[in-house]
Design a binder for this molecule. Structure first.
Ligand code: NAP
Length: 269
């Protein structure tokens, strides 16, 4: 596994992370207390941690926080970086702090490394959420503040709303099929040294089955999923977080970090 600076935090994160959004049905059944395929999913996360991945993404929405908590139990907490997210209906101070406490309880930890607003709310609600997050930084419940699904203006506005902290991480969709962030968000992150977690890095699995990627991958001893991840890694600040629900996929994705593909292939992609 390779590691690089996580934006300007001073933390070193594995260049490939792990995501834990499964599917809408999974979220519904998890709310009812049924964590389908729990054992397999926890094992997948553990195999990733053993392969050197130290960056795990979850959210209060996903229902996967208890699985992450279970997976990290056998590891040193300080060696793992966890991001979780607050849902936009919980952006008011009391609600956010209660959401955060619940997330920490489910994760079985007393702090999260990155706490993100999952989707922007109104300007007023974002301001209140960011102030509450600053309180949580001061009390040690979170280390860094982040945003997800914000556009560039939203990011700039949020940074101005913060008093003592800065936005350390953005999380938005980015993959070979969806290159919008290259227009503004990623160049901004590169310039400002903000970590960018790329969600849907495999276009929800479609890129792992893409025939053109398959053709190219055969020539370079990689799999289509690995090529799709490697292509994202050409940016200093980008960290793809492919979903980790099967150990064999997690290991394959982790190995992408150690494959050298010629510049020419990245250009072709
Ligand atoms: N902030 C947000 O609003 C937001 C939104 C969506 C997602 N996310 C985060 O981003 C993460 C990734 O997004 P995603 O899970 O929706 O999409 P994804 O990672 O692009 O794709 C997941 C799909 O790819 C498959 N896959 C993974 N590795 C593979 C491999 N090596 N070969 C073949 N197939 C492979 C998975 O199958 P298996 O499960 O069978 O391995 C799953 O079907 C989420 O888990 C979540 O943490 C954030």
């Amino acid at each position: 596994m390779k590691y690089k600076n996580f934006g300007s935090t001073g933390l070193r994160a594995s260049v490939i992370g792990m995501g834990t959004y499964y599917d809408p049905l999974w979220i519904i059944t998890a709310k009812l207390g049924w964590l389908r395929d729990r054992k397999r999913k926890v094992e997948a996360l553990i195999s990733g941690l053993k392969a050197g991945i130290n960056l795990i993404d979850t959210a209060e929405l996903y229902g996967s926080e208890p699985l992450v908590g279970e997976a990290i139990r056998g590891f040193q907490r300080k060696d793992i970086l966890i991001s979780t997210k607050v849902w936009p209906t919980h952006l008011r101070r009391e609600k956010l702090l209660r959401s955060l406490e619940r997330s920490l309880r489910r994760l079985g930890t007393d702090y999260v490394d990155f706490y993100l607003i999952h989707f922007p709310g109104s300007r007023d609600a974002n301001r209140e959420a960011l102030a509450a997050m600053e309180e949580a930084v001061a009390s040690g419940m979170i280390r860094y503040i982040g945003l997800s699904n914000f556009d560039l203006n939203g990011v700039i506005e949020a940074r101005k709303m913060l008093k003592k902290n800065d936005i350390a991480v953005l999380q938005n969709e980015y993959n070979l099929n969806h290159r919008d962030p290259e227009r503004d968000l990623i160049p901004y992150c590169e310039k400002e040294n903000i970590a960018f977690m790329a969600y849907y890095p495999l276009a929800h699995g479609a890129l792992a089955k893409n025939s053109r990627l398959l053709e190219l991958s055969k020539r370079y001893g990689a799999t289509p999923a690995q090529l799709a991840l490697l292509w994202l890694l050409r940016w200093r600040t980008v960290f793809p977080i492919p979903r980790a629900s099967r150990a064999e996929h997690v290991i394959e994705n982790a190995r992408a970090a150690d494959i050298d593909v010629p510049e020419e292939v990245l250009r072709l992609l």
